[in-house]
Design a protein around this ligand. Sequence first.
Ligand SMILES: [Zn+2]
Length: 541
Amino acid sequence: MVREIFEIKDKSLAGRIGEILTAHGKIRTPTLFPVINPISQEVSLEVIKGIGFEAIITNAYILKKHREREALEKGIHELLKFKGPIVTDSGGYQILEYGRVDVTPEEIVIFQENIGSDIAVILDVPTGGYASYEEAKWTVEETIRRAIISLKYMKRDKTLWVFPVQGGKYLDLLEYHARKALELPYDIVSIGSPTQILEKYDYATIIHMIAAVKKVLPPSMPVHLFGAGHPMFIPFAVALGVDTFDSASYILYAKDERLIFPHGTMRLKELSEIPCSCPICSKFTPQELMEMEKSERVKYIAIHNLYAIMQEIKRVRQAIKENTLWDLLEERSRCHPSLFKAFKALIQYRTYIKQYHPMVKAEVHGIFLYDVLSLHRPEIIQYHDKLLNNYNPALHEGIAIVLLDIEEKPLTRTEFYTKIREIIDKNNLKNVHILVFMPYFGIVPEELCETFPLSQHEKEYDDNVLDYTMNITEKYFRKNVSAYSKVVLVVKKENKKLAETLWKKLKALFKNLERITYENTAEAIDKVSHVMRNSSMGSSL
Ligand SMILES: [Zn+2]
């Protein structure tokens, strides 16, 4: 039976804010578990906790090898002097590094429960980034075999167990492996061994890997991504539904004198100022850090790195709350070309993402639209879906008045609209429909203008966006060709090219296609009402 250990509190895209319930308290997600070295740890656990990390991860294999008796006697919380949740990894990563470990899958399962791990991982066989398909397939089959055997040795009373999914960059293997998670009583799924792929900045491949696994799993299953600790990538992984991360990057980068920032990484010696206000960067200049003892410097850079990671985690959580995670992705995608590529890869999963994205929350935040990529955000896809599949205009052989360049929103509160509506109502011109052409959205019928996000967005657009919008508009009229016997395109003189382009698209659909150009609103109202009166059938005039 699967235990109820994960509670989802809030959502944006396919990302979520949640809580994992462990024997040593709740872990708020998304979050990262800093990797703690059980032999020598440069940054104290008090400092790590103080920065905001509620849970840590350490290596049970190393612990068993070097401090076994002490760990069994004291338990891991007492040994590390950490009261919060402790995650232990099994040594799988050491297999990837050294080819083998001298512990059996059974031994490491029993050991992790005996030392009181809150979340533990079976001894899997990581695929790594360089495996051939055959090798990868073997790691998957062997990890599954071990997952089944390991169950026999688990008490599963306090420890939550992680089911590692392998397969490397082979998506069919990842999917196959993830499906096995549905058959076995594990609490958390992890996606294994992206480290070597991440080292090459190949974020797009990781996006495909995450999506392959997530699409198979129920949303109630928390998902961990192993070894991905750079804050630059965190928002993208979270947007696909990754809940927890672990990483030693804070200390590994520090040893290399590199500072982590939400937008990238920089070498200490290249910095004349540190663009950060964490307690370390507020206290020391780059010069002062350079002049310290190496061990001191490493410690301080590591603390800065932890602050930078936590800053991004908080930023992501807040974006989920505000439902602006997409906007954060657009912003972060410009930090590095490989992230831009990752963003484009993520867009391929827009249907999956839309499925979980809450379109509206109690507190409405407007959306920002920048270029063609913004056409893929869930709100826009949903609008196109609604317009082209679920919406039917309530008229037959009527007149469509299409306003091409009304920028104010909502349309229903513009002077132009209210005046035309007044004329329509006064003269009982029932068969007239007012529509507005809106970049990104396509056609917006008057009765939909006030729905979210038609009047809650800010936009900038180019010809590519206009082309796309024209095509949506054409599709709308093609689908509803019987609703209108006449279409009138209304446009300001300076934008008449817009009307020409649309004219070309619609002329095959409507014999009765007209254009009105105008210089000011009074003129427009006059011309439109003239056309309506002359051509409205069944009018009282
Ligand atoms: Zn700092």
